[in-house]
Design a protein around this ligand. Structure first.
Ligand code: ADP
Length: 186
């Protein structure tokens, strides 16, 4: 977890590779569907372009189907999910059903000024439709309002590993791996 621009996608991919499990990014799945113009993509695009969350019903079903795929049987790393309390409940139900267990929740932190800088940089390089200034502000607002409160929910379960997202990519990865070891011990 972490605000837009904290580096979730980058780190999720690297960390998942280390553990030999898939990184499942809801944002990436939505974007792939938008690119292919699927029904899901058309529905999701309306929300994404405005910086709003895609409705829970749509997102939950998508994640449920994804973690049912063969490559996720041994485990998986979720990037960008859950983002609402309803999604937390839904995830609990899903993994109870598949027989998995939530091992840890990595929270990437970063200062607001750095976040804005990174997102502006990404907008320049990748041209994502939701990386415009007003949409970025809305995404940050929604994160604080709806998603940041989930950190406490997971902290109470003793699952949270908070990591400073500032610095070189490799440095941040090393902090995550170290933090995950500590969650496991406790
Ligand atoms: P970022 O975290 O940098 O904003 P993501 O790629 O994770 O980018 O998500 C992009 C967009 O996809 C979000 O702004 C939202 O519209 C949608 N989305 C991704 N994950 C979820 C989710 N769990 N619930 C609802 N909407 C989501």
């Amino acid at each position: 977890m972490g605000p837009p621009g904290a580096g979730k996608g980058t780190q999720a991919q690297i960390v998942a590779d280390r553990f030999g499990i898939p990184a499942i990014s809801t944002g990436d799945i939505f974007r792939a569907n938008v690119a292919k113009n699927t029904e899901l993509g058309i529905e999701a695009k309306r929300y994404m372009d405005a910086g709003e969350y895609v409705p829970d019903s749509v997102t939950n079903l998508m994640v449920r189907n994804r973690i049912d795929e063969e490559d996720a049987v041994k485990g998986f790393l979720l990037d960008g999910y859950p983002r609402t309390l309803a999604q937390v409940d839904e995830l609990d139900g899903m993994i109870a059903y598949t027989g998995h267990r939530l091992d840890a929740v990595v929270v990437l932190t970063a200062e607001p000024a750095e976040l804005v800088r990174r997102l502006a940089d990404r907008a320049h390089k990748e041209g994502r439709a939701d990386d415009t200034e007003d949409v970025i502000l809305r995404r940050q607002e929604l994160y604080l309002e709806q998603t940041a409160p989930l950190i406490d929910v997971y902290r109470k379960r003793g699952l949270v590993c908070e990591v400073d997202g500032l610095g070189e990519v490799e440095e941040v990865t090393a902090r995550i791996i170290e933090g995950l070891g500590k969650v496991e011990e406790s």
